[in-house]
Design a protein around this ligand. Structure first.
Ligand code: HAM
Length: 417
């Protein structure tokens, strides 16, 4: 029997219902904040990611699903979507005016990662990006959108960890300080880190190997190398977050695994997910649009992992997000047609109803309904039709009552089905 490719999975049932519920809240929240959806292709030319996420990053080095297509083009299945959105915005001339642009996306991403709880090789992200505003007010507004979404999902026990990673101009001095530090303790680092020290010493800071993390104790901090404008930007952002009562932790050790960040970088962690699992990450990327061939347009955004969110939803909410529809069970031939007419009317009125169409005996129909987790069955037999009533069975409570067929719509609405 063939199986789904390692690291991928089929979404269905309760897990998919959580996905749909989260996505619905995301669409509503984005609309409230004036963000427009964009859907970019899964496949991009590999250069889109190499020139943005960075050649020295793990994502490009180890985790990319890339291949030469039948036309000889080197393409990659997107490992993230900020680069693709920027490519699309440039190509579709979104930056012809200097107006701010707010975009969001929901979709699958691909990274050839080591398997862990909540980590997949095909995973989903919801992301939001704001372009065209360099001021820290844009960082704050975009974070307000994020916290509106997190609150809408019922998430409160989270840690927002923020830092400033400065501009490319402050990096050479910082890189030199890091290399000097590593020179003294190089033997303590893993083979990958030796490569990173040469290519981009910043990447050593997010190495996940425990011995490397231990060897990093006392390493130089980017915050000691920031230019004055970056320091001011960070201070202003923190002041706004404080005024908006968004709690945060200033974390000078935070660097992100993607190369495009400038100034603000942040992550949100959830203790329910285990130590290594960031629920989301993001930051400012003022050089990215230019790097990908566009004009000089600043940007800021984040992406949240939908797979991890769905796991969290199951731990913090008791019930699955959606109830099953009503199951309408006709018993007998004339009842079958009458039930189809009723179902049509109810659906037109917005009631969710599924019809038992097998002409099954009542006992068998109810057994199936119980097995499939229906909460409510309505039974319409020839007897009921004669008396102008319908039987309502609450399958979770095991109770039963009879409603008048003439006023059944009123009764359904009253029960908020
Ligand atoms: P990222 O930190 O690479 O950032 O990914 C964001 C989130 O995607 C992570 O915090 C995590 O929840 C989820 N994620 C990443 N890899 C996996 C995986 N293998 N399985 C499950 N979930 C995963 C970005 O992708 C940036 N594009 C975010 C951004 C947007 N920055 C600015 N704008």
């Amino acid at each position: 029997m063939t199986q789904a490719v390692k690291g991928t999975r089929d979404l269905f049932g309760a897990e998919l219902r959580w996905f749909q519920w989260i996505e619905a809240i995301a669409h509503q929240t984005m609309a409230r904040h004036g963000y427009e959806e964009i859907r970019t292709p899964v496949l991009e030319e590999i250069e889109v990611f190499k020139r943005s996420v960075g050649e020295s990053s793990d994502i490009i080095n180890k985790e990319m699903y890339d291949f030469i297509d039948k036309g000889g083009r080197h393409v990659a299945m997107r490992p993230e979507n900020t680069a693709g959105v920027v490519r699309a915005a440039i190509q579709n001339k979104f930056f012809e005016t200097n107006d701010p642009k707010r975009l969001y996306y929901i979709g699958p991403m691909f990274r050839y990662e080591r398997m862990q709880a909540g980590r997949y090789r095909q995973f989903w992200q919801i992301g939001a990006e704001i372009f065209g505003v360099a001021a820290p007010e844009a960082d704050a507004e975009n974070l307000v959108l994020l916290f509106d979404l997190l609150q809408g999902l019922g998430l409160t026990k989270l840690t927002l960890s923020i830092n400033s990673v400065g501009t490319p101009e402050c990096r050479p001095a910082f890189h030199k300080a890091l290399r000097d530090f590593f020179d003294k303790s190089e033997s303590k680092f893993c083979a990958d880190c030796h490569r990173r020290i040469q290519e981009n010493p910043l990447r050593v800071l997010d190495c996940k190997v425990p011995t490397c993390q231990a060897a990093l104790e006392g390493h130089p901090l980017i915050t000691d190398f920031l230019d004055e404008a970056s320091v001011k930007h960070h201070a202003r952002l923190k002041a706004i977050l404080t005024a908006l009562e968004i709690p945060f932790e200033d974390n000078p050790r935070l660097v992100r695994g993607l190369d495009y960040y400038t100034r603000t970088a942040f992550e949100v962690l959830s203790s329910d997910l285990g130590a290594q699992s960031a629920l989301l990450g993001g930051g400012r990327y003022d050089g990215l649009v230019k790097q990908l061939g566009g004009p000089e347009v600043p940007g800021f955004g984040w992406a949240i992992g939908l797979d991890r969110l769905a796991i969290l939803m199951q731990t913090i909410h008791n019930n699955a997000p959606d109830k099953k529809p009503i199951l309408l069970i006709p018993v007998g031939e004339s009842a079958a047609i009458r039930a189809m007419i009723l179902a049509k009317e109810w659906r037109q009125a917005g009631v969710r109803v599924q019809l038992e169409t097998r002409n099954a005996a009542l006992k068998k129909a109810l057994q199936t309904a119980n097995r499939q987790g229906f909460q409510l069955a309505m039974i319409l037999g020839d007897n009921e039709i004669e008396q102008g009533v319908i039987t309502i069975k609450d399958l979770t409570q095991g109770t039963q009552e009879t409603w008048n067929l003439d006023s059944v719509m009123y009764s359904i609405e009253k029960f908020e089905l």
